[in-house]
Design a protein around this ligand. Structure first.
Ligand code: ADP
Ligand code: ZN
Length: 232
């Protein structure tokens, strides 16, 4: 099964993806994580990516599609993938269709998590993670019980703030989402792949809604005229 988790920054894609990969035994592909990993290399590419991401702009299609191509061809025997933060442009969406085709797979679902802007800003400004175990915190809504110490793994002073989780970068990230990425809602709608889910609610509630969508057969959702479109 191949699934895209779609939505603005802060919608909860990463959180839901992590639960889904364990349930369905599929591989998570987060281009954000892959690009943050690429920054660790002291290469020209790493430095270029770091400066684009810190500003909140999109990394070029060429770089991102190149990373995905490598990953999919390496892992072509996996039973499926969950894409989180990819595709983000129409060119990336087309490339994904072709790449899945080339490894004999296809896209099953696109889940859109929608959350209003005000809530996204609240969630993102002030969030941080434990770099040892990955637990997510928030200054106001979920501070650690003891300052500086992770509730889950007990690590001390290992908290990590993302460089692009500041107001200026977030504005640009949201703009990039509405300008470049949100047209994909229409794109996947005509392929009859899109399922919309309200991203406000508990992690479990949203997880259950996603699983219910996955269970529904495509036929139940299909409208006649979609048959006219060749599905990728
Ligand atoms: P978020 O969804 O919260 O913005 P991500 O980790 O998905 O977080 O992305 C962080 C940054 O990484 C983006 O602002 C962008 O600079 C870069 N990035 C991630 N995925 C892509 C992509 N598919 N295409 C272009 N840039 C990307
Ligand atoms: Zn921890």
């Amino acid at each position: 099964m191949n699934l895209i988790l779609f939505g603005p920054p802060g919608a909860g894609k990463g959180t839901q993806a992590e639960i889904l990969i364990n349930k369905y035994n599929i591989v998570q592909i987060s281009t954000g994580d892959m690009l943050r990993e690429a920054q660790k290399d002291e290469t020209d590419l790493g430095r270029k990516v770091a400066s684009i991401m810190a500003k909140g702009e999109l990394v070029t299609d060429e770089i991102v599609i190149g990373l995905i191509e490598k990953k999919l061809t390496n892992d072509e025997n996996e039973i499926g993938f969950i894409f989180d933060g990819f595709p983000r442009t129409l060119a990336q969406a087309d490339a994904l269709g072709n790449l899945l085709d080339s490894i004999g797979q296809s896209l099953d679902h696109v889940v859109e998590l929608y959350v209003d802007d005000e809530k996204l800003v609240q969630r993102i400004i002030g969030r941080f993670t434990c770099s040892s175990c990955g637990e997510l915190y928030h200054k106001i809504t979920k501070p650690p019980k003891n300052e500086g110490i992770c509730d889950v793994c007990g690590s001390k002073d290992k908290f990590n703030f993302r460089q692009d989780d500041n107001e200026d970068s977030l504005k640009i990230r949201l703009l990039a989402y509405y300008r470049d990425t949100s047209p994909l809602i229409g794109y996947y709608h005509v392929f009859n792949k899109l399922r919309k889910i309200n991203g406000l609610g508990s992690v479990d509630e949203i997880q259950n809604k996603i699983r219910n969508f996955i269970k529904k057969k495509a036929e139940e959702l299909k409208l006649d005229f979609f048959d006219l479109i060749k599905q990728k």
